[in-house]
Design a protein. Structure first.
Length: 330
């Protein structure tokens, strides 16, 4: 019986996919709990957690349940927690003064979490006015109703100081104002907070995927944010924003959203020598949960696949509402 050689593939990549053990051994990218950061919302005056209808499993925390969530994240191995304050509606005003009140909900929450976990969990805070303004924009409005960039920077400097005074480790300016990183760095340094880091929201796009987040923070937004958040069509613009943020003193940079902008994330990651984060935002979370609830996709596999894709694109850190759950699985 004769055998004809040379008619079959000489290279067989499938050999490295034969068993789960083999696939684990040759995996090029691995998720780790320390890659993950948990975004969390705390609602002023809440007596019990308030479910967010568009984000099943996510809630607006009370102060007590926020402390518990921080401990659970720490025990699961999550690296950090990003805090968002939800003030009482009556406390919102045109200048977002609740955001710079030392006793405002976000500053109180920072102190609560710091008292609970100390320095074992990296405590991050959203540095933006949108949760606190009655118009819902990320800054102060001028006489024509447009966001006044430079007047907003003054407010951001105040926010940085009160958040740092409360004990935050990292501030995350998310408003996309020109010059925000530099102003915040100066404000922190001049008030004795040289060790507080800045996670720059370098490429934050005017995305349709923020919808559920508006419910999560009780947004009062009127209009849109297209004059200050980036146009989804642009990549070079992100690289310009990146250069400016680094020159102004950013310690870490971020791309937001994650999945629709993996090309931007990869480009940023290739271009810098600072840590790079990506934010898997509310709409991304909601899509997976909704599809899984309808039986259209395998929820657990989809979660891991999306997070692995973000890691593969170059993220060192991933903000995701599944952080604690995934960390436990890992």
């Amino acid at each position: 019986m004769s055998t004809t050689y040379g008619t079959f593939p000489g290279s067989r990549p499938r050999r490295l996919r034969t068993t789960p053990a083999m696939r684990r051994m040759v995996a090029e990218h691995r998720l780790h709990p320390s890659d993950l950061i948990l975004p969390a919302f705390v609602r002023e005056g809440a007596a019990e957690p308030v479910p967010i209808s568009a984000m099943p499993g996510v809630v607006q925390h009370t102060r007590d349940t926020l402390r518990k969530a921080a401990v659970e994240a720490l025990e699961a191995g999550v690296a950090g927690i990003m805090l968002f304050g939800v003030p009482e509606e009556a406390k919102k005003d045109a200048l977002g003064t609740a955001g710079t009140d030392p006793d405002g909900i976000l500053q109180v929450a920072i102190r609560d979490v710091k008292a609970e976990v100390g320095d074992e969990l990296v405590i991050m805070s959203d540095l933006c006015l949108d949760e606190y303004t009655d118009h819902g924009h990320c800054g102060v409005l001028d006489a024509d109703g447009r966001v006044d960039n430079d007047a907003t920077l003054e407010r951001y400097a105040e926010m940085a100081q009160v958040q740092a005074d409360a004990g935050v480790h990292v501030v995350g300016p998310s408003g996309m104002m020109d010059g925000q990183v530099g102003v915040i760095r100066d404000a922190l340094d001049q008030t004795g907070h040289e060790d507080v880091s800045i996670l720059a929201y370098t490429a934050k796009y005017a995305s349709a995927f923020y919808g559920p987040f508006r419910e999560a923070v009780g947004s009062s937004l009127q209009g849109d944010r297209k004059t200050y958040q980036q146009d989804p069509a642009n990549l070079r613009e992100s690289m310009r924003e990146l250069a400016l943020d680094l020159a102004e003193g950013a310690d870490m940079v971020m791309v937001k959203p994650a999945l629709p902008y993996l090309d931007v994330l990869a480009k940023v990651a290739e271009s810098v020598d600072v840590p790079v984060a990506a934010y898997q935002i509310s709409g991304e979370y909601a899509m997976v949960e909704a599809a899984a609830a309808n039986g259209w996709i395998d929820r657990d596999r989809a979660i891991m696949e999306t997070l692995t894709g973000i890691k593969r694109a170059g993220a060192n850190m991933i903000l995701t509402y599944w952080a604690t759950e995934v960390a436990r699985q890992l």
